[in-house]
Design a protein around this ligand. Structure first.
Ligand code: NAG
Ligand code: NAG
Ligand code: NAG
Ligand code: NAG
Ligand code: NAG
Ligand code: NAG
Ligand code: NAG
Ligand code: NAG
Length: 709
């Protein structure tokens, strides 16, 4: 279509389906100015001064060092496509436009179509936005926004739940240490190792999925590098390194329905998690069979309820400057763990499971690396040699999951050496480190493959579970992800928090991680109790932090400890009998909540309600709850307000509309929300409230009677 051809058609106003608000609508007040609505909410708006699209060119470097990426981009051309010719002849089902800049039309342009798609059972209405760029390979595509809209999701985000006002690159990587460029800690880390400090947006699990308080969700299909840019108050911009962009749009009557639809549309979680997880905490120990059994006994003697002992070093250990690391050669290390086969069997008789660890890499020193290398199953470098990558003091190769034979070989390894050996759970770690100069057998685009690897890794783990029919008895928990990982994993953990209280990388950030994941299609997650990253002389774990983290983990789907990268510097649950006794009480509360946990988990699968949800999801009418990111609802009846600072004896808690009772209040006073209340929050008593009409009241009363200090 030639420029200006449609000018005689200005001032067209198409109003359709007013009764049902069930289609696309368009306002077209003047030439080159339009707003397209979906379900009565603005989706796109365009005028010559604030156009819907721009295109351009850039040079970019992704410099990788131990999973941290320094991304430097030089955008040397950006062309605003200030003119759009529209074709509304297909309305209300189809809207089309061609956008260009008069200076370089027809060489450079963008075509896009917004097409109403067959009604999804889950969303109220769906549309496909299909955008094609001509003449360039960088696209900025803008959706409408205004200053009151709030935006959530983006995968797993740790610092900010509401994404409005900031940019979020979609590039999987290590989350960084400190994650706050203005904090002294991140500065120290960055000085030693540029890129390792991270920033507010660095994450193991980004996903171009977000939802708006306008009750629609955008499910972006892009896999190459992109940025969700919510900086502008009038735009939700998506910047992609591609010549095409496809967005699925789904609407719902309210945010709960919307999140329910997102979660059910893209997640394939089993309706139940393994029964054994409810027997207590998964307790991390390492250092060999004897140490494992001694620590287990000490825990049991102090009354800890243990569902599983987790030995991440089952395959052996190595020492690196960062700390104690696992030997990445995924088979039983008989030297470190003598008689582990019979120990696993005997513990299972007592109702205690054993869990292991694996990731998609093989240490070059191991025999499995040699085997995979000989078979050609590992990623290659540009010289055609197996890629040997630095993982922090040692070198390892990465499975090339683009090769179906290699993928099956790895699934078989998991089936034989982990599941077949008797482990009932495992951490499925890593997935973020793939450099852009690594070459995969069947994936020609390294920029896409980087973000795809975690999904292929997830599907490999899933394959191993399916082929052993253990989806409901063996529990992997994973770290990395991208769009579609939701279709393979049922449990994520929040990765490596610092052993501190910082908003950007400590205990508080693990809450935001769970909530943002839950809004992005992943309803089940948990975190390392006490955090992970320990820095000699700078950052070590206190008993208080460990117990506060444990207190809140009682009200999450899974309770699991980690000793951290420098176990001897951190306070551990077994450091003193006093700590063990406190932890024992918490593990027993977790176990006592089993019927409630099961309902919460089943509601994730059935209704797509995230296990841990921000207050506004259950209370969309309550405008004051939209900015609360450190309190959450666990299931629909428990409101949890974790203690986020040291030395607290009481805490201010915001209660949304409804009638609430404090779990630890013997007088069972009823509070009428919305209200802020100040309650006792001494050690062992994370503020938790329940609804006064909950069907679980007798369970909650029983817990208070048994466990109130
Ligand atoms: C990318 O790296 C090359 C080689 O180091 C350098 O010359 C170039 O300026 C870098 N480009 C950007 C955008 O940082
Ligand atoms: C998107 O548009 C391109 C170019 O017009 C077309 O080839 C492709 O089939 C469209 N895809 C969908 C899903 O409509
Ligand atoms: C923002 O847009 C929404 C949805 O169209 C509308 O309800 C609201 O009034 C707008 N707010 C402002 C400040 O323009
Ligand atoms: C980052 O660090 C600065 C300086 O310590 C602090 O003021 C700010 O609150 C921190 N931001 C977050 C999100 O933790
Ligand atoms: C994000 O949007 C802001 C405001 O419109 C703009 O200044 C910035 O350049 C955008 N970022 C990218 C990466 O395009
Ligand atoms: C810790 O508890 C165990 C089991 O009750 C007991 O045998 C041991 O003596 C206690 N240790 C100390 C230091 O009290
Ligand atoms: C939890 O541990 C206590 C003390 O060892 C024990 O009495 C109780 O039966 C355990 N609960 C469950 C559900 O295993
Ligand atoms: C908080 O609880 C502790 C332990 O039960 C109790 O000693 C203290 O008096 C309570 N404080 C308040 C302000 O109620």
């Amino acid at each position: 279509m030639a420029p200006g051809l449609r000018s005689e058609l200005h001032c067209v106003l198409i109003i359709c389906c007013i009764m049902t608000a069930n289609c696309l609508t368009l306002t077209y007040p003047s030439y080159n100015t339009f707003t397209l609505f979906i379900d009565d909410k603005p989706l796109l708006d365009h005028n010559s001064g604030d156009p819907v699209a721009a295109v351009g060119r850039s040079r970019i470097n992704f410099t990788e060092d131990q999973g941290n990426f320094i991304i430097s981009e030089d955008v040397y051309e950006k062309i605003e496509l200030s003119t759009c010719d529209i074709d509304e002849s297909g309305m209300p089902d189809l809207f089309k436009a061609t956008c260009y800049s008069v200076e370089n039309f027809p060489e450079v342009s963008v075509d896009f179509a917004v097409e109403e798609t067959a009604d999804s059972e889950l969303f109220r209405k769906t549309a496909l936005v299909n955008i094609t760029v001509f003449g360039r390979d960088r696209l900025w595509f803008r959706l409408a926004s205004n200053s009151t809209e709030k935006i959530y999701g983006g995968g797993e985000q740790f610092t900010y739940l509401n994404l409005k006002g900031r940019e979020f690159p979609m590039w999987i990587r290590e989350q960084g240490v400190g994650r706050n460029l203005s904090s002294p800690l991140t500065e120290i880390v960055e000085t030693g190792s540029p890129g390792a400090g991270g920033d507010y947006h660095t994450t193991y699990y980004p996903a171009p999925i977000f939802l708006s308080t306008w009750n629609y969700a955008i499910l972006g299909k892009q896999e190459r590098y992109s940025i969700l840019n919510f900086t502008s108050s009038t735009r939700k911009e998506i910047y992609v390194h591609d010549e095409k962009l496809t967005l699925n749009v789904g609407t719902a009557a309210n945010l709960m329905d919307l999140v329910g639809a997102i979660n059910r549309e893209i997640s394939v979680i089993p309706p139940t998690l393994p029964e054994w997880i409810y027997n207590g905490a998964i307790v991390a120990v390492q250092g060999g069979t004897q140490n494992m059994l001694d620590k287990l006994q000490q825990c049991l003697d102090n009354g800890v309820n243990i569902s599983a002992i987790w030995i991440q070093d089952w395959a052996g250990k190595i020492e690196t400057p960062f700390g104690y690391r696992v030997f990445w050669n995924w088979r039983w290390n008989e030297e470190l763990y003598p008689k582990l086969d019979s120990v696993i069997f005997n513990l299972a008789q007592q109702g205690i499971q054993v869990a292991a660890y694996i990731n998609p890499h093989l240490n070059v020193e191991g025999d499995l690396f040699v085997e995979a290398d000989n078979l050609g199953y590992l990623l290659k470098n540009d010289k055609g040699e197996t890629y040997r990558q630095d993982f922090g003091g040692f070198l390892a190769g990465t499975l090339d999951f683009s090769n179906p034979v290699a993928k099956q070989w790895y699934a078989d390894l998991i089936k034989t050496n982990i599941i077949g050996f008797g482990f009932k759970g495992f951490m499925a770690d890593f997935g973020e480190y793939t450099p852009v100069d690594a070459i995969a057998a069947n994936s020609p685009d390294p920029y896409q493959f980087h973000n795809l690897l975690p999904v292929l890794w997830a599907s490999t783990v899933r394959l191993a579970l399916e082929e052993t029919d253990t989806l409901n008895s063996v529990l992997p928990w994973a770290r990395s992800g991208f769009t579609n990982a939701q279709g393979f994993h049922s449990m994520i953990w929040a990765g490596d928090q610092n052993v501190d209280w910082s908003m950007s990388d400590g205990l508080p950030s693990s809450i935001v991680a769970a909530l943002s994941l839950g809004l992005s299609g992943f309803g089940l997650s948990h975190s390392d109790i006490g955090g992970y990253t320990t820095l000699n002389g700078i950052l070590t774990r206190s008993e208080e932090l460990l117990l506060r983290w444990a207190e809140y983990s009682v009200f999450t789907p899974l309770m699991r400890t980690h000793e951290g990268n420098k176990p001897e510097l951190n306070h551990q649950i077994y450091s003193t009998n006093e700590t063990l006794k406190s932890f024992a009480r918490l593990s027993a509360i977790y176990t006592s909540l089993t019927p409630y946990h099961k309902e919460v988990v089943s509601q994730v699968a059935t209704f797509g309600i995230p296990a841990m949800a921000p207050l506004f999801l259950h209370h969309a009418e309550d405008i004051d709850s939209f900015d609360i990111q450190y309190q959450y609802l666990y299931g629909s009846d428990l409101l949890v307000a974790p203690v986020l600072q040291p030395s607290k004896t009481n805490q201010e808690v915001y209660l949304p509309p409804g009638r609430w009772m404090h779990l630890w209040d013997n007088d069972q006073k009823v509070f009428e929300g919305p209200v802020s209340v100040n309650v006792n929050a001494t050690m062992g008593k994370t503020p938790v409230f329940f609804r006064d009409n909950s069907k679980w009241i007798s369970l909650f009363n029983d817990i208070r009677n048994r466990f109130n200090l």
